[in-house]
Design a protein around this ligand. Structure first.
Ligand code: TXA
Ligand code: MG
Length: 339
């Protein structure tokens, strides 16, 4: 067990964090999407330690984070033109792109794949930390594998206390859901995981295809393009259900189906009884979602109902994470099979 410190983002603490990472250690790193567990992406041992700290399956690859576009070319075999244009527009920001990997990327980092996922965050704290290290940083979300991603230093502490020496605190992540992950397939921009850079935004740069695993459960043994898609994810201990109803229909459904300690997250709902407002717009829902799922655990909720979000814009990311938190259970609508 190590003692886990939380220190605010400033120059001195970034130096301290960089020293730990340079010595092969792991630090909790703020980013604009969610907090990450940062280690040297090129150091096999350091990366292996991330998998151990998270309890993450070895075949689920990590995203490599850079602080400047000049750090990209040594990591990859080639950079398609479309990737250059997207980097110009969306880096630093919540966009991760998949490239054929160069030999300096260890197999543990890429989960044994011959590709590597790269992202340049917008967060100044994250970029300062990467620059202070002087090498690319592998960073998965800083939660224990399977639980909701952390959007505050406190969330990271809850999951990682005793497992890592330091968390840099830069307040709540502004985006709140993980980055959009894309690859380039058949001359299209193929979305493997929706996030803050939306399908609508990407469609200005080429044809966008949303992978079928984004909104549906991959079949048993199906080969998914992004290994993270096949694992149960983002789940609090409570049973989560997406409720396909709005307004009074949503309220009636939740009131008549309470099961044990129940909470209901509604879009713009009046907060009373079991009801908690999780925001009307997709941006706010994205910011609040993981935090609310964690709070459900804090109050020992047994059942969590969530009003189905719009799939437009960042709403698609909210829907994608909720589907996994809910184990793909959608109730209360016309196609309700579980009722
Ligand atoms: O916003 C984010 O992306 C955060 C912050 C910390 O940067 N990081 C994050 O990492 O969400 P993680 O490890 O929790 O999720 C990475 C996702 C996984 O679903 C993984 O399967 C996918 O990216 N991925 C990574 N490398 C890949 C590759 N070479 N091919 C396909 N999918 C890949
Ligand atoms: Mg994750």
């Amino acid at each position: 067990m190590v003692n886990t410190e939380i220190l605010p983002y400033n120059e001195q603490n970034i130096k301290k964090a960089a020293e730990i990472i340079k010595n092969g250690g792991i630090v909790g790193m703020p980013t604009e999407t969610v907090y990450g567990l940062a280690a040297n992406a090129l150091d096999e041992k350091a990366v292996s330690a991330i998998f151990t700290a998270k309890g993450r399956p070895q075949d689920n690859p990590l995203i490599v984070h850079i602080s400047d576009i000049s750090m990209l070319s040594p990591l990859v075999k080639e950079i398609p033109d479309i990737a250059k244009r997207l980097a110009d527009r969306f880096w630093g920001g919540p966009l991760t792109m998949i490239f054929p990997k160069s030999d300096i990327i260890p197999n543990v980092t890429s989960g044994g794949l011959d590709t590597v996922a790269v992202r340049m965050p917008q967060s100044k704290a994250a970029r300062d930390l990467i620059s202070a290290c002087g090498f690319p940083i592998a960073a998965p979300s800083a939660n224990l594998s399977g639980s909701p991603s952390p959007t505050t230093a406190e969330h990271v502490f809850r999951d990682m206390n005793g497992r890592i020496p330091l968390i840099i605190d830069d307040g709540a992540s502004s985006c709140g859901v993980e980055s959009t992950v894309i690859c380039f397939k058949d001359n299209t921009i193929h979305i493997l995981r929706p996030g803050g850079v939306t399908a609508e935004m990407l469609s200005e740069y080429g044809e966008v295809v949303i992978d079928k695993a984004v909104c549906a459960k991959p079949a048993e043994n199906e080969r998914v393009l992004s290994p993270g898609m096949k694992y149960r994810h983002y789940s609090p201990k409570a049973e989560v259900y997406i409720v396909d109803a709005h307004g009074d229909d949503f309220i009636d459904y939740c009131n008549s189906h309470t099961n044990g300690n129940t909470i209901a997250l509604g879009a713009g709902v009046e907060e009373q009884g079991i009801f908690i407002d999780y925001g009307i717009s997709g941006d706010i829902q994205a910011q609040r979602l993981f935090s609310l799922l964690r709070e459900a655990d804090d109050i020992n909720a047994e059942t969590v109902f969530v009003e189905i979000p719009s799939k437009d814009g960042i709403g698609l990311a909210v829907y994608n994470r909720l589907l996994r938190a809910a184990g793909f259970r959608i109730v209360g609508g016309k196609n309700d099979k579980t009722d």
